[in-house]
Design a binder for this molecule. Sequence first.
Ligand SMILES: NC(=O)c1ccc[n+]([C@@H]2O[C@H](COP(=O)([O-])OP(=O)(O)OC[C@H]3O[C@@H](n4cnc5c(N)ncnc54)[C@H](OP(=O)(O)O)[C@@H]3O)[C@@H](O)[C@H]2O)c1
Length: 350
Amino acid sequence: MRAAGFRRYGGPDELVLLEHPPPIPAAGEVLIRVSAAGVNPADTHLRAGHLRRFLRLRLPFVPGCDGSGTVVTLGQGVKGLTVGDAVIAMASPRQGGMYAEFAVLPADQCALAPVVGTLESAAGLPVAGVTALQALRDRARVSRGQAVLVYGASGGVGTMAVQIAVALGCEVTAVASGPNLPMLSGLGAREVLDYTDPAFPDHEGRYDVVLDAVGRLGAPLVDRFTAPGGVLVTMNPPSMLRHASWLLPWTSRRAVTVIARPRRRDLDELVRLADAGKLHVVVDRVYPLSEAADAHRRSEDGHVAGKLVLVTGSPGSPGSLGSLGSLGSLDRSAAGAAHAPVARPSAGGA
Ligand SMILES: NC(=O)c1ccc[n+]([C@@H]2O[C@H](COP(=O)([O-])OP(=O)(O)OC[C@H]3O[C@@H](n4cnc5c(N)ncnc54)[C@H](OP(=O)(O)O)[C@@H]3O)[C@@H](O)[C@H]2O)c1
């Protein structure tokens, strides 16, 4: 099978097409014919070797923490999934493996794909959606009526966080650069703020929950934004350390961090929201697997609007999503997007 991986740590050009034997599912695992894979910042950090002190990878390594596809084979004892099911799946960064035509994962890291939307867009749901859900619901414990500020609202996690907070009954303020603000209003944000506006640093807001998906919020801004008794949620460990060291001892505000865990019940919850029309994946750009290096370059420029997706099937193959005519297209109009039925490619052997 074809996969995009790296033989050594380095820049985006280290990400090349590799030929690998298809993986074989063990007991409790599922073999998935991958239709599309999401691109996440963790993939680029792994490739660059930023995490190698903490995560020892066996090279060559195929990254990819989320994606969508069709169940091909079930390992012994798998319940709740059937061969031919369209699924979404989430891997840990160490597991990776979704930048490939086939991937194996424990069944409890997979869920039936949304009926609404395409497998292409569903590939972008798991990591960003689970991170936002676990950050808001489990770590910040948001409740209906609370004021939530999402900083970095136009990225993968941010677009999910805005919609999940709205679905949980919160009043959401979204912070992003100017061109992305209309998209965020379309996703349900009540107020949108441009961080490039010179007047922005003076914004005074007392939010119950501040979710920082960028990790650049300085202490004075956190102090100005977060209400006494409020919670700051960070997802970049350095920013958590930075804020914990001054927030916890000196103020009534709490700082918590989130490390997203792949959990089937959370994937099911995201699918439920998607099928209810409350959660859309904003697709910034779609690339073929052979252009994974370009996708990493785009991710590393730090201004992805929504999600980057790699299409793993080749045109016309059973695992493909049909015409690749949309490659390179930019679809940021999530709220008004037309949703085609999920493509359910026929199952086949590896
Ligand atoms: N802990 C976990 O389990 C976990 C899980 C997933 C992700 N993460 C981390 O969470 C972060 C966000 O992930 P992601 O997938 O959402 O990334 P992403 O899709 O690449 O989003 C990046 C966003 O950052 C915004 N941005 C860039 N510079 C900014 C600035 N100076 N001020 C405000 N916003 C700025 C951009 O908005 P504009 O284009 O509008 O400027 C862009 O939308 C990453 O650091 C990632 O590693 C952690």
